[in-house]
Design a protein around this ligand. Structure first.
Ligand code: IPM
Ligand code: MG
Length: 298
């Protein structure tokens, strides 16, 4: 059965890279007779300009009926000063959440040709192949309550809530274990269990699941500060890393840079049935947008 793709080019270099991606899509489609079809939609700043919001209802309808989504990047200085609740990034968070794309896979692979592009010594990174599994629809990104309030003394106070339920932890840990069984069989779960209760539960839940269902996976745990350090000290010790939304955001940028350029790395965000949104790890790079120089190999 033919599959339908929604292309959301987004902002900045998004439309440039998506034009290139579409050429590839066309070729692959013809060559392998895939009978893929696709349409374009708006997300982020471009959607704000057209509809006044970053994830308008029309895009939501397109996204729900598509079999998969290909996304460029969203955001840029043009929309930096608009109200927080309708900034371009909110569109990205909303589509992730609405489609339940809780499993974010971010591989960091160093291709031999790029060993010199890394800021680390080639022997530290040569052959690097890490998969970061980031929980994408929970944690402090979505936890309530959140906001900026005014205290009695007139001072403002910002606050967010980091929250994970057992079921959320289990389903992302399961993805990590399943992925690891297709690769090196090792999972490192990253937490801050020495300080944060939410990650104490994370650690316990991941451990319980491994013991009950994945006895063949080698599970280790690491505090996030140590993990950040180990990623630059000896990154090849890792196979699959699984962590929450915020730590995953940070560590995946760090891991990407080990490979020389964040511009080269893909990311897949999947729901329970494997429906996914596929995007590059990089942002909209407004500083180089519109000059046709986004291609790191050109
Ligand atoms: C990412 C990005 C997003 C995130 C931003 C643009 C909201 O940094 O996909 O890693 O923080 O998740
Ligand atoms: Mg990020």
């Amino acid at each position: 059965m033919s599959k339908h793709i929604l292309i959301l080019a987004g902002d900045g270099i998004g439309p440039e890279i998506m034009a290139a991606a579409e050429k590839v899509l066309n070729k692959v489609n013809d060559k392998f007779n895939l009978a893929l079809t696709w349409e374009q939609g708006l997300l982020g700043g471009s959607a704000i300009d057209a509809h006044g919001e970053p994830y308008p209802a029309v895009t939501s309808v397109q996204a729900q009926k598509a079999d998969a989504i290909l996304l460029g990047a969203v955001g840029g200085p043009k929309w930096d000063n608009i109200e927080r609740s309708i900034r371009p990034e909110r569109g990205l968070l909303k589509i992730r959440s609405e489609l339940n794309l809780f499993a974010n896979l971010r591989p960091a692979i160093l291709y031999p040709q790029l060993a010199d592009a890394s800021s680390l010594k080639p022997e530290i990174v040569a052959g690097l192949d890490i998969l970061i599994v980031r929980e994408l629809t929970g944690g402090i990104y979505f936890g309530q309550p959140r906001g900026i309030r005014e205290l009695e003394n007139g001072e403002k106070q910002g606050y967010n809530t980091d929250v994970y339920s057992e079921s959320e932890i289990k389903r992302i840990a399961k993805v990590a274990f399943d992925m690891a069984s297709l690769r090196g069989g090792k999972v490192c779960s990253v937490d801050k269990a020495n300080v944060l209760e939410v990650t104490e539960l994370w650690k316990q839940t991941v451990t319980d699941l491994q013991q009950a269902q994945y006895p063949n996976i080698q599970l280790s745990h690491m505090y996030v500060d140590n993990a950040a350090m180990q990623l630059v000290r000896a990154p090849k010790q890792f196979d699959v890393m699984v962590t929450g939304n915020l730590f995953g955001d940070i560590l995946s940028d760090e891991a990407a840079m080990l490979t020389g350029s964040i511009g080269m790395l893909p990311s897949a965000s999947l729901d329970e049935n494997g429906k996914g949104m596929y995007e590059p790890c990089h942002g909209s790079a407004p500083d180089i947008a519109g000059q046709n120089i986004a291609n790191p190999l050109a």
